[in-house]
Design a protein around this ligand. Structure first.
Ligand code: SAM
Length: 278
């Protein structure tokens, strides 16, 4: 459904909630296409806003659940989809919901996400039970970091922590002029497929993230020094852990893949969640 006479008056745009509404039909189609939806799918949309992307998802999905925090948009959305019982609108902060519980089974996830909480949303989306795949429109800078390869200038803790859990690909760039109001930066479409073989087990994820973040705090230092510092190890124990993980002590955090960080975590003494807080 497009805007029509049934639409209540639109509330003011709330920039505080990251409201930059996507108005470019080609970009909207591209996001919906990237999710590869069939009538058998349950889709969750984060931040439907005024419904521009929602319209495209509603025509493709068997069930569409939208989650919007702005209470002024809720009646707009409910009116817009009143004739489409397979579309539901939940008023909530997405970070306060378990998406798996909301879906109640396998699901796909999509959103032109509010930029002020992009990273928390991406990692929230990667908590179990994970979506079968997800497509997000995010700041280009975040997308570049999400797909960055070891050794590149964009490669950092976000790259490692996300690539440990998912295969991430870039699906297109969206210009600021495609939005109302235009954001100050370019945006990009990212496609994520949670890995069937995550490089860390569920119980090690918190320890892994802490190790990665602490290591990138020292990204230009050699790992023999990094491991000693972040774990408070002796030189001997640090070298021994690196040898067990098959990592050169002269290597630097910015060159290690997610799989290598996982090997390092497992090679460290007492690699429990508690120990990584040091
Ligand atoms: N999907 C629409 C579009 O493409 O035009 C709107 C995108 S706008 C960038 C982000 C949307 O997320 C807004 O509607 C905003 O109100 C909503 N939002 C912001 N914070 C949220 C949160 N914590 N949980 C759910 N929705 C949120």
């Amino acid at each position: 459904m497009t805007d029509d006479a049934r639409q209540p008056r639109l509330p003011p745009i709330r920039k505080r909630l990251g409201q930059h509404f996507l108005t470019d039909a080609r970009a909207l189609d591209k996001i919906a296409d990237a999710l590869d939806i069939t009538r058998a799918d349950t889709v969750i949309e984060i931040g439907p806003g005024r419904g521009a992307l929602t319209d495209r998802l509603a025509t493709r999905a068997g069930r569409l659940i939208t989650i919007e925090v702005d209470k002024l948009l809720i009646p707009i959305l409910r009116t817009r989809y009143v004739d489409q019982p397979h579309v539901s609108v939940i008023e909530s902060d997405v970070l306060e919901l378990s998406l798996g519980d909301v879906a109640g089974g396998p699901y796909l996830l999509v959103g032109n996400v509010p930029y002020y909480i992009t990273t928390p949303i991406i990692f929230h989306a990667m908590t179990r039970p994970r979506p079968e795949r997800a497509v997000f429109l995010v700041q280009r800078e975040v997308a570049d970091r999400a797909v960055a390869a070891p050794g590149s200038k964009e490669y950092g803790a976000l790259s490692v922590n996300l690539q440990a859990l998912a295969t991430v690909t870039l699906r297109g760039i969206v210009k600021p002029t495609s939005f109302n109001p235009p954001p100050s930066v370019e945006s990009a479409i990212v496609h994520l497929v949670p890995r069937a073989d995550p490089v860390v087990a569920a119980e090690d994820e918190a320890a892994f993230r802490k190790l990665v973040i602490a290591s990138f705090g020292l990204r230009r230092k050699q790992l023999r020094r990094v491991v000693r510092t972040v774990r408070g190890l002796s030189a001997e124990d640090a070298e021994s852990a690196l040898a067990t993980a098959g990592i050169e002590p002269e290597a630097r955090p910015e060159t290690l893949s997610a799989a290598q960080f996982a090997k390092l975590l497992h090679a460290l003494p007492s690699a429990s969640a508690d120990d990584t807080s040091r």
